[in-house]
Design a protein around this ligand. Sequence first.
Ligand SMILES: C[S@@+](CC[C@H](N)C(=O)[O-])C[C@H]1O[C@@H](n2cnc3c(N)ncnc32)[C@H](O)[C@@H]1O
Length: 386
Amino acid sequence: MNNSQKRKIAMVLSSFNSKFDEGFDFFDSIQTVLVSGKKEYKASIIAKSQTELEYIFLVKKKFENLADALEDLIEDIIKYDSAVVSYIERGSATDVIIDDRNVKISKRKLNDEVTDTRMLRNKEYIINPSNAAPLLKALGYMTEDGKIRNDMIRKYNQTERFIELTQDMFEDIGGKGVNVVDCACGKSYLSFVLNYYLWEVRHVKAKFTGLDISEKVIEESKKTAEKLGYKNMEFIQADLREYESDFKPDTVISLHACDVATDMALGYAIRNGAKRIICVPCCHKELLDKYKKDDLNCIIKHGIFRARLNDILTDGIRVAKLEACGYEVSCIEYCSPLDTPKNLMIRAVKKSDGNREAQKQYDELLRTLKVLPSVEIYSMLGNSEY
Ligand SMILES: C[S@@+](CC[C@H](N)C(=O)[O-])C[C@H]1O[C@@H](n2cnc3c(N)ncnc32)[C@H](O)[C@@H]1O
């Protein structure tokens, strides 16, 4: 290749440096095809961390920064007739096509696969099965040959619905991105899907921390992240009763955290002043034998009424607490009650440090019902004494 191309190539490839520095969590590798006559040779740059890189072409060379590795790559490129250098990151690739005359840059999506979607709702999916095939396969929603599993269609539709209902909450994210904590994450399906949505669909940077008391699900979540190459996720085995993070979460999510683990998640979010909270509560046992309302005795003497009222009061108290703490709250039906009766979604966005009127109503509510609910306990700093 003409040596005069060297400056042009260096200029175009230098854009990879900032991409790498700012978006390392999404970096996969730089793959190059070098062409000489009819023969093709492959070279690649991979990275364990931002300061541990390897350039592999005939031999392996180690580098401490990408700029130096690219310099070596450019020296090799100009020895060939033409080359395609691809910066691969999660979900997309930037190709630089180089020959004697031109250095052209183009972007393409990765992972486009034809998928059988006959069993799905007749609509345009946000987590599109064609584009999101690697994610859906890793989560077990999709078979290796690209079909959504019959027994996972419901779950898939639920996660899609979750994104549909919450996407407007992420409209205002700036360049810094978002920091999401999934409390009682289980196998972290929701985090994986939200992570995919934020980066691949919205192109918003995000960090995820999944917390769960079970070592087993934390290990499984780590394996899934590794399989997908999602470097922006960490999973920590932790008891929400005593967990404190050394960073401020701006978004807290919690889906079906058992019983009062939902209150622990809300408490963690409230204590840290999280900007967004998305919570789908699970079973509610705690108030069942505690709340007192003598004038309702003729109704709640029937077990089923007592249980149903308990569900409403538990979630109602949670929402009243959030409003007292300055959140604007909306409660919606998350999915069909036939899918799961635990289908209430609480969406909360922080608007102020507190709302006096809402606080008065909340205090009055607790007095009337004669309860000290878990959401109150876990919202207090230093709650470990409880
Ligand atoms: C029904 S699963 C839901 C998992 C996941 N969010 C989902 O929707 O697939 C409830 C999870 O809460 C976790 N959990 C219960 N108590 C907890 C606590 N005190 N601290 C952390 N995790 C807890 C359990 O280990 C379990 O993984």
